[in-house]
Design a protein around this ligand. Structure first.
Ligand SMILES: [Zn+2]
Length: 94
């Protein structure tokens, strides 16, 4: 197997995991996952900067929503909307 093919394989693997994790982040932050899935998400958020940032955005949105006096932070909301669009079209990891 050529290094290029290997890289391509890793990229695809990571991308599929990111999509799967992306769908679970919100449930994870709401403590809605079973312990095994929660552990999987937690370790991925630790290893993957992109998903880690997504989780951070969710946290910020959640705390903003909890305090009704705080305006919705626009930037993370836009990133989440972009991510949702990515997930809908079949995202390719960068
Ligand atoms: Zn990821």
């Amino acid at each position: 197997m050529t290094p290029h093919a290997m890289l391509d394989m890793f990229r695809r693997k990571g991308g599929a995991r990111c999509i799967e994790i992306g769908r679970q982040i919100q449930t994870y932050l709401d403590d809605g996952l079973d312990p095994a899935s929660a552990a999987k998400v937690a370790s991925h958020l630790h290893a993957c900067r992109r998903c880690g940032l997504t989780a951070e955005d969710y946290r910020r949105l959640k705390s903003a929503l909890a305090e009704t006096s705080t305006p919705m932070p626009a930037e993370p909301l836009q990133r989440l909307q972009a991510l949702a669009a990515d997930l809908a079209t079949g995202d390719k990891p960068t």
